[in-house]
Write a protein that binds this ligand. Structure first.
Ligand SMILES: NC(=O)c1ccc[n+]([C@@H]2O[C@H](COP(=O)([O-])OP(=O)(O)OC[C@H]3O[C@@H](n4cnc5c(N)ncnc54)[C@H](O)[C@@H]3O)[C@@H](O)[C@H]2O)c1
Length: 334
């Protein structure tokens, strides 16, 4: 099978190594010719240090090289997904499946990326590949499990069969909204976990944050049409656990700087890469208001990032909310 991957960042590169290891003819496309030339020279992407890219992976900055693939994986940062899907329109093979791995909502429209891609490539089934999957670990072929979500089961199974191997296990799921919403919102909670870490708080605090965090993510998700069960799966609690506890998470590092007292802009600059939680927090706040869902952790993150709020005051506020049952389902219409 021929698989094309669009986006030569850390995740696109790891997926190209995975695709090659599954025996596919693999093409990795990057938008910037100089970046592709530098990767070609050393067969290593500095964004995925230490992982050799096999010679059999074709590297290109030319979209014409992407003809005839059965699967196209869009692995650019989220801000470039619509533009990249649009560029692909003239080159994509008929009947090909498009996979999205972006985590977040489109800025401005607040659309999920399956919706964005369906608008740009309406003839093609879309599959979301998501779950606890740091590029650094997939590149090293450490055992990883993820979800391929689509309303088109055949398309999800095509991706499942094409990219599963002894170290990469893919489950299917038909709850596309649930899978995408879990992925889009987990970075906010990871940032909050970093804040707690930066403040010197303990493991109890982080565990509470993860558990109450998935509760409010699920509350919004269910209001938006997702299934509650999905949030107990790999793309929900699974991805939330890895992002809140892993040293690879840039969102957690951002939060840790904030929790240590570094001002927001300086903390963003200190990470040096796109910090998706910063934008995701603004999107989540808008959605919470629009769908009238109570999201106390998101609310406090928003205060900290956009209204000059103080982390200590936020913790105090969260701990002193009105007393309630753990199982008060705030996704039910009150
Ligand atoms: N890194 C991971 O472990 C991981 C895992 C799962 C999903 N994801 C998702 O995959 C996507 C890519 O993540 P990443 O970590 O590879 O990002 P990254 O920050 O490593 O990507 C940087 C690269 O994006 C490319 N790029 C920048 N602007 C572009 C544009 N306008 N058009 C096309 N390409 C452009 C450039 O090649 C640049 O080197 C994100 O949406 C992320 O949420 C990442």
């Amino acid at each position: 099978m021929r698989i094309s991957i669009l986006g030569s960042g850390g995740w696109g590169t790891a997926l190209s190594v995975l695709s090659d290891s599954c025996g596919h003819t693999t093409v990795l496309w990057g938008a910037f010719a100089d970046e592709i030339a530098a990767i070609e020279k050393n067969r290593v992407n500095p964004l995925l240090a230490g992982i050799a890219i096999p010679k059999t992976v074709r590297l290109t900055a030319d979209l014409c090289q992407l003809r005839d693939s059965a699967i196209y994986i869009i692995a650019t940062p989220s801000f470039a997904v619509r533009e990249t899907a649009g560029k692909l329109r003239a080159h994509i093979a008929p009947q090909a499946v498009v996979v999205s791995v972006a985590k977040g909502f489109e800025k401005g429209s607040l659309k999920r990326f399956s919706q964005v891609i369906a608008e740009e490539l309406p003839e093609h089934p879309v599959v979301i590949l998501s779950g606890p999957s740091h590029a650094e670990e997939v590149g090293r072929q450490l055992p990883t499990s993820v979800v391929a979500a689509s309303v088109n089961l055949a398309a999800a199974q095509l991706v499942q069969n094409a990219l599963s191997n002894e170290n990469f296990r893919i489950y299917t799921n038909d709850d596309v909204a649930g899978v995408e919403i879990g992925a889009a919102l987990k970075n906010i909670i990871a940032m909050a976990a970093g804040v707690c870490d930066g403040m010197g708080l303990g493991d109890n605090t982080i565990a509470a944050l993860i558990t109450r965090g998935i509760n409010e993510i699920a509350a919004l998700g269910v209001r938006m049409g997702a299934r509650r069960d999905t949030f107990a799966g790999l793309s929900g609690i699974g991805d939330l656990i890895v992002t809140c506890t892993s040293r690879h998470s840039r969102n957690r590092r951002f939060g840790k700087a904030l929790g240590s007292g570094v001002p927001v802009q300086q903390a963003l600059e200190s990470v040096g890469m796109t910090v998706e939680s910063y934008y995701a927090t603004a999107c989540a706040k808008k959605l919470a208001d629009q769908y009238q869902v109570e999201m106390p952790i998101v609310e406090e993150c928003y205060n900290m990032l956009y209204c000059g709020g103080d982390a200590k005051a936020s913790i105090k506020k969260l701990m002193n909310r009105s007393k309630k049952s753990e199982m008060a389902h705030n996704w039910e219409v009150q």
